[in-house]
Design a binder for this molecule. Structure first.
Ligand code: PLP
Length: 400
């Protein structure tokens, strides 16, 4: 017997970065040494004091279900974090914990979207947003935000995208894949448009909040206009700042009724996030933050090294990212060029495939919603950055 798959699953696209990881793993297993610049997670391990807290939790019998909302002590730690780092006051009934930011994004849309509701997504975007919106019956409305606007959504573009069916806008700053970070003025422009459209909620994805460079600080809409707190859902988590992707802890803060609806869904899906990970998350949030600052300083060096190594790559136009750990160079200059095998590069996917043949794995811009670009991750070793960039330059030089 073979199962008939639900239409929503047949339509679903697999995550581009997960597919790329599998491809690199297959090549590695076949003995092909590929430099992997597709990595979407920190290249460091979780700090020892966080691991120690988890081990202690296991020994102490902290191995049971927790409330679906997450442990009270963790929600209190999140409230302290929001006050300390973002100067935002959230009550405990406004905070819920999930298995990563991704799950909370999913449940927020599951809790609010009706068929055909529109969600405005600035492009380029994190690959999962459109799929999560569609899975929950919504319709993504993409707004192209190219290099000329620093990959950021402006007030005019937002105004044009909003219709009576718009339920949400997603804002992701610092951004995956571009590293763009919105300034207070830019957020103010967006807030002014939203003031005219009270039916539109905002999902603010701050998962890369701590990873900003050159004095650029991550700000969110609620900090810029507190009136928006009633219709903004802040999404954040431990994955990127604390190098805890595998622990699966994220959180959302927002209006109590929405938070309660999300918690209800969590209670009927995962029951609760891992109890041990939750205790580790408390140690991360309340503990010494020096290791986060040190990691950010190293990411900045890696960004600068990658920018320097690719400065002379023919056909690549580099845009300096202010945050996250990705470069999103334009490869418009490589389109139409001929490979040594006589193939014309027609798309950024062709460029990524050509580079893979030259031993360096990168992601094409297509799944991120803006082409022709590549996403290069600098969350890897200096050696991989050196060798990967050398191969990119060499491969670009071999094009006719
Ligand atoms: N949001 C963005 C923009 C991301 O890039 C990612 C992970 O790559 C996530 C959310 C998911 O984070 P988490 O590990 O907390 O689910």
């Amino acid at each position: 017997m073979s199962f008939v798959l639900a239409e929503r699953v047949s339509r679903l696209k697999a995550s581009a970065s997960i597919v790329a990881q599998e491809k690199v793993a297959r090549l590695a297993a076949a003995g092909v040494a590929v430099v992997d610049l597709t990595i979407g997670e920190p290249c460091i391990d979780t700090a020892p004091h966080i691991i120690a807290a988890a081990i202690e939790a296991m020994r102490a019998g902290d191995t049971h279900y927790t409330p679906a909302w997450g442990k009270l002590a963790l929600r209190q730690a999140i409230a302290r974090k929001l006050k300390r780092e973002n100067q935002l006051a959230y009550d405990l009934d406004q905070i819920v914990v999930g298995c990563g930011a991704k799950q909370l994004t999913f449940e927020a849309f599951a809790a609010t979207l009706a068929d055909g509701d529109e969600v405005v997504i600035p492009a380029p975007y994190w690959v999962s947003y459109p799929e999560i919106v569609r899975l929950n019956g919504g319709t993504p409305v993409f707004v192209e935000c190219g290099e000329k606007v620093g990959f950021k959504l402006g007030g005019g573009a937002l105004e044009r995208a909003i219709t009576p069916r718009t339920r949400w806008l997603i804002l992701n700053s610092p951004n995956n894949p571009t590293g763009a970070v919105y300034s207070g003025d830019e957020l103010g422009e967006i807030a002014a448009v939203l003031a005219r459209h009270p039916q539109v909620g905002v999902m603010v994805d701050e998962i890369y909040e701590h990873l900003t460079y050159d004095g650029k600080a991550s700000l969110n809409l609620v900090q810029v206009d507190s009136r928006l707190a009633l219709r903004t859902l802040l999404i954040n988590g431990l994955s990127k700042a604390y190098a805890m992707t595998g622990w699966r802890v994220g959180y959302a803060a927002g209006p109590p009724a929405l938070i309660a609806a999300i918690a209800k869904l969590l209670g009927q899906s995962t029951s609760c996030p891992c109890s041990i990970s939750q205790t580790a998350a408390i140690a991360a949030l309340d503990g010494d933050q020096a290791h986060v600052r040190e990691a950010v300083a190293v990411y900045r060096q890696k960004r600068d090294r990658m920018l320097a190594l690719l400065a002379d790559a023919p056909g690549l136009r580099l845009i300096r990212p202010d945050g996250a750990f990705y470069l999103y160079p334009s490869v418009a200059g490589l389109i139409g060029r001929k490979t040594p095998d006589g193939k014309i590069l027609e798309t950024d996917s062709d460029v990524a495939m050509y580079l893979l043949e030259h031993g360096v794995a990168v992601l094409d811009g297509a799944p991120y919603g803006l082409s022709p670009f590549l996403r290069l991750s600098f969350a890897t070793s200096f050696e991989a950055i050196e060798e990967g960039c050398r191969r990119i330059v060499e491969a670009s030089n071999r094009l006719g």
